[in-house]
Write a new protein. Structure first.
Length: 524
């Protein structure tokens, strides 16, 4: 692989995948401390891109650049010493390209190595062309052109080699497609177009493969299948709510593509409860009512008048008993009858005496008095009503190529409480009527809370990504690189480049320069 393409490991990752700052600075430090300056350079590039104002990121990036430049220059020197000039050209050119500015590259050791080995590199390239090793030839030609841009004849050699290499890559893409590896085939077509933008087979193949990959990674979720278990009120609202989430995790969702993988999205209401509770209480409220200045009937007079009335009633009863005891009889009364009559008479005398005493007390009482001060507080009775709705809902995505469905079970509830009272006109407190949403309104609000159920689609998507990444890694470990590349490209179409771990992204980037890597990302 030529240096221009391999540079994408650094440039492609740092530019196409984006940056997010501080975490990359820390991971760069970890790699640098372990001696892995190439990985450190990638991380420092990302950190500097996220925070271009950071002097620390810029300083560490400069240090890592110098270290990597030294490493790549030495690799080039070692390859040159071993007679592998195509490989030497790659490493030297990579080292030179790390230097920015008009004159900086010319000051590098790698630049000087290319200059001092210019004829050998050109000859090695010519031999490689004659033997059909166009990729190696291009590495040599590009290295020499880097330091001798005026060599028009060498530029023509480069163009001829590029066209030949582009044709080989287009043919390879066709072979990969026939092996049902559209992702790897697309990368090969894009590589061909990097070398020769007019390569017709690659141009037409790229569009067809892009369409095929979009279709192959699309998962059709056409509708929500609802099992309301008889809770129709909640089910109707929940169905409408869940249907909105079908398109939140593309390429999962409704589609007209007949070739899309068909999956099902099922929502089941496992339980639903609604109930209302009430409790009563009293509030003690500070009394700001002023004291009255108008006299009122003396309560003691009223009480004394009642007492006298009761005594008069008692006296009347006693007199009736005495009269009955003194009534003439047909025979002489017994001693017992006499005793009973005397007792009744004495009771009458006693009650008359008590009446006189109580009448005297009544006469001594004032008829009116000032009213007592108002109490410090007054009581306001209230009734508190609480309404609650709660549901447990199961969200499920079943895909034909996975043994088990992806399942999420969620429980949400809504509770609404309000107090009501009749008010108190005397204290100028208006009535407070009950103000609670209806159960229908609460059910609608409850259904809205289950919008997070759509996360099951995202989890299904993440599971598919994980499987593709694991599959790609396993294939790469076995030496099946085209198959591994196909899996990783499928991840990009399924979830974007950010879903690729660094090792997988670097593997893809090895095959494409930065612009082609971005084009691949945009294609999804």
């Amino acid at each position: 692989m030529r240096a221009r393409l391999r540079t994408a490991i650094l440039i492609g990752l740092s530019l196409a995948l984006g940056a997010c700052g501080a975490p990359y600075l820390r991971s760069g430090d970890t790699s640098a401390h372990g001696g892995d300056w190439e990985t450190a350079l990638v991380q420092y590039r990302r950190a500097a891109a996220a925070h271009p104002e950071s002097g620390e990121a810029a300083r560490k990036l400069a240090t890592a650049t110098d270290k990597v430049q030294e490493i790549w220059t030495k690799r080039g020197n070692d390859a040159n010493a071993a007679g592998r000039l195509g490989e030497a050209a790659e490493w030297w050119l990579k080292a030179v390209n790390l230097s920015e500015g008009e004159d900086a590259p010319k000051k590098t050791v790698a630049w000087k190595a290319i200059v001092s080995n210019g004829s050998a590199l050109e000859y090695f390239g010519d031999v490689a062309v004659n033997e059909g090793r166009h990729e190696e030839a291009l590495a040599c030609y590009e290295a020499v052109i880097k330091v001798h841009g005026e060599r028009v004849d060498l530029v023509q050699k480069q163009l001829d080699a590029q066209r030949a290499w582009a044709t080989e890559l287009a043919d390879e893409a066709g072979s990969l497609e026939r092996r049902n590896l559209p992702g790897a085939a697309l990368v090969s077509d894009m590589r061909a177009l990097q070398e020769d933008p007019l390569q017709q087979d690659a141009f037409h193949g790229k569009d067809a493969l892009t369409k095929k990959l979009r279709s192959a990674t699309r998962v059709a979720l056409q509708e929500v299948k609802l099992d309301d278990h008889g809770y129709r009120g909640l089910g109707n609202v929940l169905l409408a709510q869940a249907s909105k989430g079908l398109s939140e995790f593309p390429p999962y969702g409704p589609t007209k593509d007949p070739n899309a993988l068909k999956a099902t999205y099922k929502v089941s209401i496992l339980s639903f409860e609604k109930h209302e509770e009430t409790k009563k209480g009293v509030d003690e409220i500070a009394n700001d009512e002023p004291a009255s200045t108008v006299p009122v009937v003396n309560p003691a007079v009223v009480a004394q008048q009642k007492l006298i009335a009761d005594l008069q009633t008692k006296l009347a009863q006693q007199q009736a008993e005495m009269k009955k005891a003194a009534a003439p009889a047909s025979h002489k009364p017994t001693d017992a009858q006499k005793s009973k009559g005397m007792a009744a008479a004495r009771a009458v005398d006693q009650t008359r005496a008590q009446l006189e005493v109580e009448r005297a007390k009544l006469a001594a009482l004032p008829p009116t008095v000032m009213p007592p001060p108002p109490p410090p507080t007054w009581q306001l009775p209230w009734t508190e009503t609480t309404r609650t709705v709660e549901a447990t809902v199961r969200f499920e995505v079943a895909e034909p190529d996975f043994a088990e469905p992806m399942v999420v079970e969620l429980t949400h509830h809504i509770t609404e409480t309000d107090r009501a009272h009749d008010g108190n006109a005397r204290h100028h407190v208006e009535p407070d009527p009950l103000d609670l949403p209806s159960f229908d309104q609460m059910v609608a609000s409850l259904a809205a809370q289950f919008d997070d159920g759509a996360q099951v689609i995202g989890q299904a998507k993440a599971r598919r990504v994980e499987r593709l990444v694991a599959q790609g890694r396993e294939l790469h470990a076995k030496g099946s690189d085209p198959e591994a590349l196909d899996s990783f490209v499928a991840v990009i179409f399924l979830a974007g480049p950010e879903a690729l771990p660094d090792d997988a992204a670097a593997f893809v980037a090895q095959h494409l320069d930065a612009e082609a890597f971005k084009a691949l990302v945009a294609a999804n």
